[in-house]
Design a protein around this ligand. Sequence first.
Ligand code: HEC
Ligand code: HEC
Length: 204
Amino acid sequence: MSTFPIPAVLAVALCLAACESQRADVAQHQDIEGYVHLCSSCHGVTGHSVSPTFPILAAQQADYLEAQLHAFRDHSRADPHAHTYMWGMAAHLDDAAITKLAAYFSAQPASRGEPVDDKTAATAKSIFIDGIESRNVPACVACHGEKAEGQGAFPRLAGQHRAYLADQLRLFRSNARANETMHDNALNLTEPEIDALAAYLSSL
Ligand code: HEC
Ligand code: HEC
């Protein structure tokens, strides 16, 4: 009796398994490419958007990106731009796609924004590092990290568009973007302080 049929059957079985997983890989890759293509019209292919209306996603914390995509999908992030631009986008994403997109954008290299003048940087840095005790403004560094690089659900702020950062602080303050922690943190910041923080953080 020849032993030939056994290895042949094995080979077929192995190939089936291998080819199946290869096909799945290709499908996953195309999946994410299709989505990235969609996102790129506003956020850029590598997450480095040009217009400050569209936040930079490159090097953002994956957990944070994931949480925001869920928040757009379940409408808990409901400021006007979230509603206009992101609710429709997120409606098409399932949990697996959200995880993959968050991993993809967070793995892109960071960039810096425009440089800031020394006086503005000094004002903002002092708030960022020490807070303003007399007005119950906490030190941002406690959550956002020493270089504003973020961690987990605390977003990276470094290198983000200046106008976007300032807008978000005002949206937290007015509760248009509902987040209890950031509402309290932004509540007692003055207009010039918000602008200084945004300019400084963007320059990092
Ligand atoms: C038509 C333009 C547009 C497209 C396309 C788009 N976005 Fe957005 N995205 C925006 C805008 C505008 C905001 C800011 C929303 C706000 O101000 O609340 C945003 C915000 C985000 C945020 C929150 C970032 C942060 O720092 O809080 C994430 C994450 C995000 N988009 C991911 C995606 C992904 C992933 C895709 C593709 C599936 C995508 N976006 C497609 C316009 C777009
Ligand atoms: C106790 C922790 C904590 C402190 C302190 C804190 N933040 Fe935040 N911050 C957060 C969290 C959590 C979020 C994400 C909120 C959400 O999920 O919508 C956030 C979001 C933000 C965003 C929006 C980023 C984006 O991509 O949309 C900005 C801007 C920001 N914080 C600035 C600041 C500044 C400036 C300070 C100091 C005055 C500060 N934060 C202090 C926890 C904190």
